[in-house]
Design a protein around this ligand. Sequence first.
Ligand SMILES: NC(=O)c1ccc[n+]([C@@H]2O[C@H](COP(=O)([O-])OP(=O)(O)OC[C@H]3O[C@@H](n4cnc5c(N)ncnc54)[C@H](OP(=O)(O)O)[C@@H]3O)[C@@H](O)[C@H]2O)c1
Length: 331
Amino acid sequence: MKTSITLPHSDIEISRIIFGCWAIVGGFNWGPQEERDSYAALRAAYDSGVNCFDTAEAYGGGHSENLLAKALKGERHRIVIASKVGPQDFAGGDVIKACERGLRNLQTDYIDLYQLHWPNPEIPLEETLGALQQLKDAGKIRAYGVSNFGKKSLDECRQSGFSISSNQMAYNLLFRAIEYEVLPLSIEDGVPVLCYSPIMQGLLTGKFSNWTEVPDDRARTRHFTKDRPLSRHQEEGREELTFQTISLIKRISDEQGLDMSALSLAWLLNQQGVGGVIVGGRNADQARRNVRAYDIPSDPALFEELTSITTPLKEHLGANADLWQTDSRVI
Ligand SMILES: NC(=O)c1ccc[n+]([C@@H]2O[C@H](COP(=O)([O-])OP(=O)(O)OC[C@H]3O[C@@H](n4cnc5c(N)ncnc54)[C@H](OP(=O)(O)O)[C@@H]3O)[C@@H](O)[C@H]2O)c1
C-alpha cells in the first residue's frame, strides 16, 4: 500500500495516515484527557512514521494547535501541519487574522495546509479563496484546501478558478455518503479526499456493544435517533442497522485475525480518490495501533466483502455528506 502522497498544487508530501488532533484536547465530545497522554500520542504517531497532523483553531480554542507545537517543536520542518479556519472568519480580512492567530498558537511562521473548516454560504467563496491565495503568495501557508465541501460547495469551488489541494470529509465503513457525489467529483478533479472520523469516533474499534453505551456527545451523528439530547438533526437514526453492521465487520475481522480498526482504515486507504485518513488517538498506544493499518495485506475480495455488508447502511443514510445535520444545511 502506498504510504504517502504529494498534495496537488504543492510539493508537500504527506503520510497517508494522518494524526487527528481534536480528541487530544478532551472536553466536548471526548471527556477528560490527561495532557501527558496527548503529548505521548503526538510523539508516538511521529515516531511511527506519521508526518502529517490535522488540527484547527476550533479544537479547544487553539489548545490543540498549542499541544502540537509543544510536542513536536524540534521537528517543525519534518512535519506537515494542516490547520483550519472556521466559517465565522471567512471574510477576507478575517481569514488573514485567523491565520496569524494560528501561526502564534502553532509557534511557527508557516502553516503547510490551511483548510476552510465548513462552507459559509453568507460569504462569497471567491473572497475567502482569494484571501487564502494571498496567504500562500506571502509564504504564510504552503497550500490550501477545504473541508465538509459537498457537491454544491465543490461546484462553487470549481467555478471560482482557484486550485484546492484537498477536501476533508467524513468517510468510513459506517458513513459512505461521499461515494454518491463527492468522491466521483474529487476523482475527476484530482482533489484528494482526506477522511475524517475514519473509525467513526471509536465505533469501528468494537468498543461499544450497542447504541445505548455510546455517550450523548458521540451520539450526535445521523446514525442515532434525533431524540438523543445533543442531536442537531431531525432523523430517526439507524441505530439497530448500525450495530448490526458493526457486528458483521467485527465477525470478518475476527475470522481474518485482524484488528477491526486497522482493517477499517485499510479499507478506506484502498478506496479510489482517498488521499489519506485522519485518525484520532488519545494516547501513545492508540496512535501506534492505528498506524498498523499499513500492514494489512491488500485483499480485494476482503475489501469487497466489507463494501457489500456496509451497503444497506450506506443506502439508508443516503447521499447527504453531512454527518450531523439533515439536508436543511446543504453543503
Ligand atoms: N473537518 C471536520 O469537520 C472534522 C470533524 C471531525 C474530525 N475531524 C478531524 O479528524 C480527526 C479524527 O476524527 P475523530 O477524532 O472524529 O474520529 P476517529 O478518528 O474516527 O476516532 C478517534 C477516537 O477513537 C478512539 N480510538 C482511536 N484509536 C483507537 C484504538 N486504536 N483503539 C481504541 N480506540 C481508539 C479514541 O477515542 P476514545 O479512546 O475516547 O474512544 C479517539 O479519540 C480529528 O482529530 C480531526 O482532526 C475533522
